[in-house]
Design a protein around this ligand. Sequence first.
Ligand SMILES: [Zn+2]
Length: 196
Amino acid sequence: MAIGSISTGTPSRTTASGSCAESAKELPQGVFVFTSNVDGQFQKAGFAEECIAECHGSIHHLQCLDGCHDGIWPADDFQPQLDEEACLLRSEFPLCPRCRGIARPNILMFGDWGWLAASSEAQEARLHAWLQQVRHLLVIEVGAGTNIPTVRRLGERLPGQLIRINPTEPELPPGQGISIAAGGLAALRAIDACLV
Ligand SMILES: [Zn+2]
């Protein structure tokens, strides 16, 4: 089973993902997450790090803004202090350990030619290796829209069954799967209830 998700901004996402993470432990061939989210919510929900592909990077990792080297490192030591009302960072910027210049999040932004893709490419290599050996693939696509259709296209391209969960864009090509016009949490809970 693979789960694709794109950011919806809903506070229930971790809860829904947590339910999936629990259910996935019972699957003999496991689960793999492919997501364009950059917020690390799938790790927080209990999915194993080695079974997650973040195609647009992760805000929990940093790289040098000036590109002095190709390293990508965890952002664990960066604890931002924010003035949310003024939308300002009150603490120091994170720094590159090599050139001491400013570091940036290792996430792909619009028109971004400086993003280092090595981490995401390694994750996607693990995903494709898993896909090679999995049988009876089920793709559950949650909240993947058409504006940036990376996740949506992957689900349509893979062999196997596709369940598309999307409250506003549930359309599917003819004969390609099952479409559920609902929010992610409600639909995943309903599917989970049917499996008990
Ligand atoms: Zn640097």
